[in-house]
Design a protein around this ligand. Structure first.
Ligand code: SF4
Length: 359
């Protein structure tokens, strides 16, 4: 028998449909959501203003559950990475990234959570630890939301900024992602503004097309990492199926009708994509898409051959992009000392479990 669905995985629309079917009003749905998301109760019994029959009905059809937190790693820069165990034993990692100082120099209250969308990943980007073990499965809506609830327990603060940049390709798990986005953005849910949510894709074009039709103003980051098919083919297998000639028009379609610029994420890898010629190809794409560029000097992953370029080479790449009047930032991944790069913590844990050593 499969376990009852999680109450924390119900969108307002789904909960309302359930309650209406059982003869209850919209008001009752609002009361339930208020208990779950405002008052954060963890039992139906605690919903003291509901009639006992409704509490019983809810308990018969839904349950509360948050994933078990199995490891928390803090780092010198206060980024914390944690590993949660799902009910089938799958391990999922997430990263809490507090911003100490806002852009205006004042102390920022921002708490960012980097969320995973799948257990493992099928996309197999050559520089990424998550791809090394392949895809195990999609995360459910409840498991995506569960990471946020766990992060709030660890941080003892509300998360107010979410990036889907953890394990997995979020756009290939679109239905569960879309329900999670409804719960995250709803004012009867976690109430985090759509503009405080970023979805990162490796270039999964069918998912991008769905996202283009999605009505909310979610931010988009594209893991480009190479500005020619030649480079992308070498490090991102997704490009063989959806090359730049398909990816760029899909991004243009997403941009149409939105007042938003996509961000092009570009991991700088020594001798792979860090030459002046690579910079000029990147500039051409960024201009066409009116995109911002975020450069990330590569974080070494044990078992993978790639290397970080020298500081000087990274700086001159950034300067070349900047000179072309493209908004560009260079971000060093926080938590370098705690395996914060995508998938590394889970990979290590799985290897320990299987008694294997990192390659
Ligand atoms: S970078 Fe993202 S899409 Fe690529 S293998 Fe890693 S998790 Fe998957």
């Amino acid at each position: 028998m499969s376990p009852l669905p999680l109450i924390t995985a119900q969108t307002e629309e789904k909960l309302l449909a359930f309650l209406t079917e059982h003869g209850h009003t919209k008001f009752r749905a609002q009361q339930v959501l208020d208990w779950v998301w405002r008052k954060r109760v963890t039992t139906f019994d605690a919903m003291s203003n509901l009639p006992p029959a409704l509490k019983n009905l809810l308990a018969e059809h839904f349950r509360f559950h948050t994933p078990e937190i199995v490891e928390i790693h803090g780092s010198a820069d206060t980024t914390r990475k944690f590993l949660t165990k799902m009910e089938d034993g799958s391990l999922v990692e997430s990263v809490i990234i507090p911003a100490a100082v806002a852009e205006n120099g004042e102390k920022s209250e921002r708490v960012t959570l980097c969320v995973s969308s799948q257990v493992g990943c099928a996309f197999g980007c050559k520089f990424c630890a998550s791809g090394l073990l392949g895809l195990k499965r999609h995360l459910t809506t409840g498991e995506i939301i569960g990471q946020i609830l766990s992060a709030e327990t660890i941080a003892e603060k509300r998360v107010n900024n979410i990036v889907f940049m953890g394990m997995g390709e979020p756009l290939s798990n679109f239905d569960n992602l879309a329900d999670a986005l409804e719960i995250i953005t709803s004012h009867r849910g976690l109430e985090i503004g759509a503009r405080h949510i970023t979805i990162s894709t490796s270039g999964f074009v069918p998912g991008l097309k769905k996202l283009a039709a999605y009505p909310r103003q979610i931010r988009l980051a594209v893991s480009l990492h190479g500005a020619t098919d030649e480079v992308r083919d070498q490090i991102m297998p997704v490009n063989k199926k959806w090359p730049l000639s398909q990816l760029i028009p899909a991004l243009e379609e997403w941009s149409r009708g939105r007042n938003q610029m996509p961000t092009l994420e570009y991991i700088l890898i020594r001798d792979i994509n860090d030459s002046p010629k690579d910079a000029s190809h990147l500039v051409r794409i960024a201009k066409r898409l009116h995109a911002k560029v975020n450069l990330i000097p590569y974080n070494t992953v044990e078992g993978l051959p790639w290397k970080r370029p020298t500081e000087e080479r990274c700086r001159s790449f950034r300067d070349a992009v900047h000179k072309a009047r493209i908004p560009v930032t260079m971000r060093y991944e926080k938590g370098h000392d705690i395996n914060a790069a995508c998938g590394q913590l889970r990979l290590r844990k799985e290897q320990e479990k299987n008694g294997s050593t990192p390659r």
